[in-house]
Design a protein around this ligand. Structure first.
Ligand code: FE2
Length: 265
């Protein structure tokens, strides 16, 4: 099954959001929508969401799911606002609960969820006629989940384009060894699987790249390709993480994203 994928790039955070659907007029799922936040004016806007909504309306899509691949630390999740505007159920991996516990996020009743659905590892679901599966990918965070829809894999931050490598593992709950195992699960998919990334950081004047294939990753990923051992990957990842600065918006977006994204009501 070869679903259609429309991707939307947000240059201010380097985030790629996606809409996956069978055909015009069909149900769809939205992955990693962005709610814009301007750090200079401290203003939230819905410019990125409006682009997606215009496409959904133009193609007469219905929205069944609004999915996050993980608790993002670099942009506000648009999941709650998009659900409010155009419907659908919000979802994320069940590792969200572990991240919430680490950060002390609870409701009066105990666990705070903030999403309509938490996907179990390997949980199957449908988007209209499309068959989909959540694949737990802890490592970058404990909440990470990739989504496989037909031949299209939405990999979240676990793998970027081959020249950019893999996600950092130094956030609370992050684990380079776990990421090695998670990426191994993704690289076990057929080589022809289309892999849609959550971020790209192109050079000035260059377009963002939004997808590659599992085969390309196995041959060329600079951090983890065929032949790289677990200890080599963990050493590389750990060394690199020591040099990284915190994302610019992290302290602003994390409290919101831990609760399912901004502007819900
Ligand atoms: Fe991330």
């Amino acid at each position: 099954m070869l679903p259609n994928v429309e991707s939307f790039y947000d240059p201010s955070t380097g985030t790629v959001s996606h809409i996956v659907y069978e055909c015009e007029g069909s149900p769809s799922a939205i992955i990693d929508p962005v709610l814009d936040y301007d750090i200079v004016s401290c203003r939230i806007s819905t410019k990125s969401l409006e682009r997606m909504i215009r496409f959904i309306e133009r193609c007469r899509l219905s929205v069944e799911w609004v999915l996050d691949t993980h608790v993002h630390a670099d942009h506000l999740s648009g999941a709650a606002e998009l659900k409010r505007r155009i419907g659908g159920r919000t979802g994320i991996g069940q590792g969200l609960l572990d991240v919430q516990r680490i950060f002390g996020v609870t409701s009066e009743a105990g666990d705070y969820v903030g999403y309509d659905h938490l996907f179990e590892p390997d949980e199957a679901f449908r988007i209209g006629n499309l068959h989909a599966r959540a694949i737990a990918t802890p490592g970058h965070t404990l909440s990470d989940s990739a989504y496989l829809v037909g031949d299209a894999l939405f990999a979240g931050d676990s793998l970027f384009m081959p020249e950019l490598g893999s996600a950092r593992c130094d956030f609370p709950g992050g684990d380079a060894q776990a990421l090695y195992e998670s990426i191994g699960r993704l690289l076990g998919l057929p080589d022809s699987t289309r892999l849609f990334v959550c971020h790209d950081y192109p050079q000035a004047g260059q377009p963002a790249r939004v997808f590659t294939t599992i085969g390309e990753q196995r041959r060329h990923n600079i951090h983890l390709r065929d032949g790289v051992t677990e200890s080599e990957f963990v050493a590389l990842r750990t060394t690199r993480d020591q040099s990284l600065r915190a994302p610019a918006l992290m302290s602003i977006v994390l409290p919101v994203n831990l609760r399912g994204g901004g502007l819900a009501e």
